[in-house]
Design a protein around this ligand. Structure first.
Ligand SMILES: Cc1cc2nc3c(=O)[nH]c(=O)nc-3n(C[C@H](O)[C@H](O)[C@H](O)COP(=O)(O)OP(=O)(O)OC[C@H]3O[C@@H](n4cnc5c(N)ncnc54)[C@H](O)[C@@H]3O)c2cc1C
Length: 440
């Protein structure tokens, strides 16, 4: 079969790209996914009245590209309740995490760290390398106490990653950009606060009505019979007039969008591109859903808690699902989403269920000061893990661009941002590129 574009992978990245192509009037497309249901890792689990998101939990809205993509899908979203209040578990207690540079001056921040933060605009140090680790960057800007803690929190909260291995420029480009623009992240943050126009809306946590599965289902429904579940792709090869895609079925296409994690993309291409894709790093995580009557699982209000570098727990964070999204648990019940393992504890994913439940129970008890007695337990192992943008990631991306050449597009959370907002931005970028190329 001959199509203008073949999209490989039916996770949110593939679905967003295919639906954006459709919205741009490019309808001669097909989306091939090996799974029987759309959504990839973001597939809502529903059981006993609970709604557990094994991957993406919230969407930060409004965001230029994500808002546009969701509008095109006709997706319904609801604002979360108190989704901005986040805690850090450190030195045996919970402290509220600052949400803006001003909050660094709050009473919970130690005086020494406060003074170092206030002095940050005066720090003139240069990066030892143009691609330094997040840990090096934060320590250089904010000192070894506050800097190391913030690097850990950012790495853990977004990537389940190790701040000593993640690249500041690839994983958190906003921080180096602030230093580049104003010579200081604190000064740049305060300048942004001051220059914000009175009517501007700050992005806040939203949840898709019906869960991430409903969002993926909207995209699949929009694609109609262009969406082909249960279709495994085994190879993508350059042909005389474009690309030949083989596997369960065979397709000829002008353009191919490979929306697979890098390790999966490596299995369908060959040569130097394959070798580069095989180099990608990832961090395995375990998600544990704990649910039960509120009195047996009392959760604080707010979004959730991250554990600090000193905590020594297998648990990286706990999201208070039923506090910020009450529809995710039956009335009078709580649901916590616990995330364990990650780059610094990759062994956790291989533990058996009993060991995971015991460790998670002990850690939750220490962190929240409760004795959890859940009646609902669901364990999801993400063995392939969360992509890690380690030092060298941006150079790797440039090499992938060079090797993939025209009309082959790589997208998904392995490349230009791990969040759903980044994936939406990439879907718009690729659609613009294909639309421009096909119109010239
Ligand atoms: C614990 C956790 C929490 C998260 N929280 C958030 C959050 O709160 N907010 C946020 O924005 N993001 C969050 N994310 C990230 C978000 O879930 C991902 O960015 C997104 O779901 C990735 O989508 P994708 O399409 O790139 O990849 P995937 O979901 O991995 O999709 C890839 C698809 O390709 C298919 N495939 C693989 N090989 C083949 C083949 N050979 N042939 C055909 N098909 C194939 C797979 O079956 C799959 O359907 C979280 C992730 C995790 C793990």
């Amino acid at each position: 079969m001959k199509t203008r574009v073949t999209v490989v992978g039916g996770g949110l990245a593939g679905l967003f790209t295919a639906s954006e192509l459709l919205a741009a009037g490019i309808d001669d497309i097909v989306l091939l996914d090996r799974d029987s249901e759309p959504g990839g890792v973001a597939r809502t689990i529903r059981r006993d009245g609970y709604e557990l998101e094994p991957a993406a939990t919230t969407l930060l809205l409004p965001k230029p590209h994500l808002t546009e993509v969701l509008d095109h899908l006709g997706a319904e979203v609801a604002a979360s309740i108190d989704g901005a209040t986040r805690y850090l578990y450190t030195r045996g207690r919970l402290i509220t995490l600052p949400s803006s540079p001003k909050a660094l001056l709050a009473p919970v921040v130690p005086w020494s760290a406060k003074l170092r933060a206030v002095a940050e605009p005066l720090v003139r140090t240069r990066a030892s390398s143009p691609d330094e680790s997040l840990d090096d960057f934060m320590r250089r800007r904010l000192g070894s106490g506050l800097g190391a803690t913030l690097a850990w929190v950012a790495a853990s909260g977004v990537f389940a990653g190790d701040p000593k291995r993640l690249s500041a420029r690839a994983a958190f480009p906003a921080f180096p950009a602030m230093e580049d623009a104003a010579g200081s992240i604190v000064r740049s943050g305060l300048q942004r606060l001051k220059s914000r126009s009175p009517g501007s809306v700050r992005p806040t946590a939203h949840i898709p009505v019906g869960g991430m599965s409903a969002l993926a289902g909207k995209a699949a429904a929009l694609l109609g019979d262009r969406y082909r579940p249960g279709t495994v792709v085994e190879s993508v090869r350059r042909s005389e007039h474009g690309w030949t895609i083989t596997g369960t079925d065979e397709f000829e296409s002008d353009h191919v969008v490979i929306a697979l994690r890098p390790s999966d993309a490596a299995t369908v291409v060959e040569g130097d591109l394959k070798a580069q894709l095989e180099r990608a790093a990832s961090a395995p995580v375990v998600v544990v859903g704990l649910g039960g009557p509120k009195e047996r699982l009392p959760l604080p209000s707010g979004f959730g808690v991250l554990t600090g570098p000193d905590a020594g727990t297998a648990v990286l964070g706990i999201l208070f699902e039923s506090s910020y999204a009450p529809s995710r648990a039956p009335d009078g019940h709580s649901l916590a989403k616990v995330i364990a393992g990650g780059a610094t504890r990759p062994d956790v994913v291989e533990w058996d269920d009993e060991r995971i439940i015991n460790q998670v129970g002990n850690d939750v008890s220490r962190i929240l000061g409760i004795e959890p007695d859940p009646s609902f337990v669901e364990i999801v192992r993400h063995r392939a893990g969360i992509p890690q943008y380690e030092v060298g990631h941006n150079a790797w991306l440039a090499e992938l661009d060079r090797l993939s050449g025209p009309n082959l597009h790589l997208t998904g959370w392995g490349y230009r941002g791990v969040g759903v907002g980044h994936i939406a931005a990439d879907a718009v970028r690729i659609t613009t590129q294909i639309a421009t190329e096909t119109s010239t």
